[in-house]
Design a binder for this molecule. Structure first.
Ligand code: FES
Length: 158
């Protein structure tokens, strides 16, 4: 498991004006074409339901789920939009950036949960898939079977 110290992913941009500074990204312009070089990280996912362990290389500008699929790895998903929590994992090691993870409360993010469909790796990562409905229960279970119904969205409390 490692984070590549070298820049390994190249993307061609015809218009260099479209480039902007991003952490971990360097760019050069040659012959009127900008080459953007992005660091990659090793992401290891223990798929607890199947007992399999997958290791993939993911550039910092790619979603982990999508990148894993392009490398032949099948992980749980449903909405692909950061809303349903089917793709949630527990991070055992490493960091992700998941600004679009609207289905995950700030508290669960702090506890180390991540939604792989909208997570960008920011370091080498070790993760494991959640138990069925684990994140859903942690997030919303406290609102069910408690009697009184409260107005408003549950995530507003966090
Ligand atoms: S697949 Fe629905 S939140 Fe990731």
């Amino acid at each position: 498991m490692a984070t590549s110290p070298f820049l390994t992913s190249f993307v061609r941009h015809r218009d260099p004006r479209l480039l902007w500074p991003v952490a971990g990204v360097a760019s050069v312009v040659a012959h009127g074409v900008a080459l953007v070089m992005v660091r990659t990280h090793t992401v290891t996912v223990h798929h607890r339901q199947t007992g399999r362990i997958y290791t993939v290389e993911v550039p910092e500008d790619r979603y982990i789920l999508q990148s894993a699929e392009s490398q032949g790895v099948e992980l749980p998903f449903a909405c692909r939009n950061g809303a349903c929590t089917t793709c949630a994992v527990r991070l055992l090691e490493g960091e992700v950036d998941q600004p679009e993870a609207m289905g995950l409360s700030p508290d669960l993010r702090r506890q180390g949960y991540a939604l792989l469909c909208v997570s960008y790796p920011r370091s080498a990562i070790q993760a494991e898939t959640q138990d069925e409905d684990e994140v859903y229960e942690l997030q919303f279970g406290r609102y069910f079977g408690k009697g009184k119904v409260r107005m408003g969205l549950p995530l507003e409390d966090d």
